[in-house]
Write a protein that binds this ligand. Structure first.
Ligand SMILES: [Ca+2]
Ligand SMILES: [Ca+2]
Ligand SMILES: [Ca+2]
Ligand SMILES: [Ca+2]
Length: 400
């Protein structure tokens, strides 16, 4: 859509002229969040010619035989727009914990949804590695290819050189990689916050629950600042309050500025966080249910200006992902589309009133779409009733 900005602007002007009173709807204008696209990557998709994986997987695998001959393309936990119809999507640590994921290679996949056919193309990707020895402790593999026993990567943004900043849960650390997936500097810890995995390695006291690290990572429109959002509360904080920490990519240090995002309830979690301007974020909030037990699957707009002075980001519900209008019955679903997955971990803004959202399928464990069947990686687009009025700099330049 960004390729046709002048025509789009004209269309918007025409729409505004035709649509009558605000909120009345009209041609090309929705009055409630509405499904506009659906594509799906089959659960059992693997990286061709890769390495075997899943030898330590136990428990119900929804009928999927383990181990796998190759690395699964799964667990999408963060997304970055390349601006050319392709997206870089981050797999997390594989099978959910350090003990069972040593044969899962950390990887960024380059994907492209094809909404016309409802399919997703896997164009390639890069494994994450540390060839220059920036990680000072012993890695799982002597070849320094990073695995799901080394880091649990859950959030991603691109830097201004085509590389990546990635948020981890085992530190929690910030990790900086180049465009080929090579680590560029030592993992950056967060003062006063230690995940259990690091506590075991260093002897420090854990101040965070397991898998409660940097689930969301946003970058300022200029690209200078990162905002790393923890998934869980730090020991001593009000349960359900999540720290959002500002990091300066220019100095390579946290600035000390910290904000608080309050979950709707202490047992909820965030799935992703992105910035739409210098102050506002889109944040996915979810419960642990799936399928029939999924209740809270929401996208909030959160503003760090804290206009009501309560010390918290100001939250507004943007989309209830359990109640998305689907008048065109896209994807073969009924008039109300539900994104009923346990983990929903990717959101990206496509244009000022369209977003894309993806689930993390936790392959082969999650079965939110059909009980007993391993979830696919679904990729939906949603049109919003109103413009997000995003800073235009959040959209990547074309043809980079
Ligand atoms: Ca994940
Ligand atoms: Ca995530
Ligand atoms: Ca995790
Ligand atoms: Ca507030």
């Amino acid at each position: 859509m960004r390729k046709i900005v002048p025509i789009g602007a004209l269309a918007l002007a025409l729409t505004a002229a035709l649509s009558g009173p605000a909120g009345a709807g009209g041609p090309g204008q929705v009055t409630t969040p509405t499904l506009t696209g659906f594509a799906s990557l089959p659960a059992a998709t693997f990286v061709p010619g890769s390495e075997p994986s899943g030898s330590l997987v136990t428990g119900s695998t929804n009928g999927i035989p383990v181990p796998f001959a190759d690395q699964p393309v799964q667990g999408f936990s963060g997304i970055a727009d390349n601006g050319d119809g392709t997206y870089d999507v981050l797999s997390d640590n594989g099978y959910g914990n350090q003990a069972n994921s040593a044969d899962f290679l950390l990887r960024i996949h380059r994907l492209a949804p094809v909404f016309r056919t409802g399919k997703v193309d896997v164009l390639g990707g890069v494994n994450l590695t540390d060839p220059d020895g920036h990680v000072p402790w012993k890695l799982t593999r002597d070849d320094r290819v990073l695995t799901g026993a080394d880091f649990d990567v859950e959030s991603i943004v691109k830097d201004t050189f085509g590389g990546y900043w990635i948020g981890d849960e085992f530190g929690p650390y910030l990790l900086h990689f180049d465009r080929a997936g090579r680590l560029l500097s030592a993992p950056v810890p967060l003062d006063g916050v230690t995940a259990p995995e690091t506590a075991v390695r260093t002897g420090a006291t854990a101040t965070l629950g397991s898998s409660k690290g940097f689930e969301g990572l946003a970058k300022s429109p200029s690209g200078r600042y990162l905002y790393a959002l923890l998934e869980g509360s730090v020991t001593g904080d009000t349960p359900g309050d999540l720290r959002l920490n500002e990091f300066d990519t220019k100095t390579g240090k946290y600035t000390g500025k910290r904000y608080v995002y309050r979950l709707g309830a202490a047992n909820l979690a965030i799935g992703d966080a992105i910035a739409i301007d210098d102050n506002r974020f889109l944040i996915i909030e979810r419960d642990g249910g799936q399928g029939a037990t999924a209740v809270i699957k929401r996208l909030y707009l959160a503003d760090k200006r804290d206009r009501n002075r309560d010390g918290l980001l100001d939250k507004t519900l943007l989309v209830d992902l359990m109640n998305v209008a689907n008048p065109r019955r896209i994807g073969g679903f009924g008039p109300t589309f539900t994104f009923q997955f346990q983990t929903i971990e990717d959101v990206v803004v496509l244009d000022e009133k369209t977003i894309a959202v993806l689930n993390d399928n936790n392959f082969p464990f999650s079965s939110g779409r059909t009980a007993g069947v391993a979830d696919n990686n679904e990729w939906i687009t949603i049109e919003l009733p109103r413009s997000l009025q995003p800073d235009k700099r959040i959209f990547p330049a074309q043809g980079r």
